[in-house]
Write a protein that binds this ligand. Structure first.
Ligand SMILES: [Zn+2]
Length: 372
């Protein structure tokens, strides 16, 4: 038993106003879903009523669950109107830019009947250009924003804040070089066109990438060209690394993709700035993400959520391999990983020499890699 959802989103006075229509394959007698606690239901299909609500943690946000039942018999379609704001992560609702990130529970999640598809539409295409992040994220910029493109035309950075144009240019410059570098080092790949949105969200650190759309939260103030180059390489190197190294964040195996994407970016950085830059980059990563020794080990038993240490632990484990075996060993591991038929830790370890595979295997549960 499944259903499909269609969502129409508008912006009114800095809040979203959503009309959500869910069609079930067969009539149902109840439906349960969750929405962010920042959103309120304004209206519901005439034939239905909310009989119970309670607050739960859902993904990264606090959500309220709703249990909807028909007033009589069963229902095959449910229309929910809701409104409110969402905040945090890559969410922003301002006049110049709109960011609705999928996991922020701004649309019905944790549904008791699986929705095979949710189609989202942002209504105001007169004033805004709109990009969709998978099926669940909506990003829109008010027309009149600036764009910088790479020489090949496959990479377009869109920015609202004119102060970010210089950085957009640095990104466009490195894009083609990074792609060429990865193509020749790992394996050929059809990359297609990528749109990058500088969302300029205060406190919204980091970038996300999927299907030709990269969304960047807050970009720090940078004082000179060197700093911009470093930032562009760190950000693009990692995010485009994910085209070769996927990270499924529903399991601890995410460490593979995050580690490899980060080290791919380090390899490119070395080709630009030399091998001396590795130590300072690793110091920086430790500074941003915290002491890895305090983070959960890579192989967490909980398969439902990503280990919080995933972004720093694997990177530090590979740093130990680099210190012991040199940079060629890292290139070797990444090239094997990029070409694996079955992409998981076990398949990778089977392809590596015993010393390195044993070291990684022990590292999956270890607290401090320097002791291995
Ligand atoms: Zn990543």
């Amino acid at each position: 038993m499944m259903g499909e959802g269609k969502i129409f989103v508008g912006l009114v006075d800095g809040a979203i106003k959503v009309n959500c229509r869910i069609a079930f394959d067969e009539p149902v007698t109840e439906f349960r879903f969750s929405l962010s606690t920042l959103l309120n239901i304004d209206d519901l299909s005439e034939k239905c009523e909310v009989v119970k609500t309670w607050v739960v943690r859902s993904g990264f946000h606090e959500a309220r669950e709703y249990l909807v039942k028909p007033k009589n018999g069963a229902f095959k379609e449910l229309v929910i109107d809701y409104s409110g704001t969402v905040s945090g992560w890559h969410n922003v609702l301002s006049e110049s830019r709109i960011g609705l990130y999928g996991y922020s529970v701004w649309y019905p999640l944790e549904c008791s009947i699986k929705l095979r598809k949710i189609e989202s539409t942002f209504n105001d295409t007169v004033n805004y250009d709109v990009w969709y992040f998978g099926s669940s994220g909506i990003f829109a910029l008010k027309k009149g924003y600036g764009t910088v493109s790479s020489a090949c035309g496959n990479f377009n950075v869109h920015y609202v804040n004119p102060g970010q144009k210089a950085f957009a240019k640095v990104c466009a410059h490195h894009y083609g070089k990074i792609i060429d570098f990865y193509q020749s080092m790992f394996c050929g790949k059809d990359i297609g066109i990528t749109d990058v949105l500088f969302m300029d969200i205060e406190g919204g650190s980091g970038a996300i990438i999927q299907d030709g759309l990269m969304v960047v939260g807050q970009i720090p103030d940078m004082k000179d060209a060197d700093e911009m180059q470093e930032m562009a390489i760190n950000m693009l190197g990692h995010e485009f690394g994910h085209y070769w190294f996927k990270a499924d964040h529903s399991t601890w195996e995410a460490w593979l993709g995050e580690t490899a994407a980060e080290w791919a970016s380090i390899l490119y950085m070395v080709s630009v700035s030399g091998e001396d830059s590795i130590n300072s980059r690793l110091d920086q990563i430790q500074e941003w993400t915290g002491d890895y020794v305090k983070a959960p080990v890579i192989k967490t038993p909980d398969l439902l959520c990503p280990p919080s240490g995933v972004h720093v632990r694997g990177v530090m484990l590979f740093y130990e391999i680099y210190k012991r075996h040199g940079l060629d060993k890292i290139k070797h591991i990444l090239t094997i990983l990029a070409n694996l038929e079955i992409y998981n830790t076990e398949s990778l370890l089977l392809e590596l020499d015993e010393g390195v595979s044993d070291f990684i295997r022990r590292g999956l549960d270890a607290v401090d890699y320097m002791l291995l």
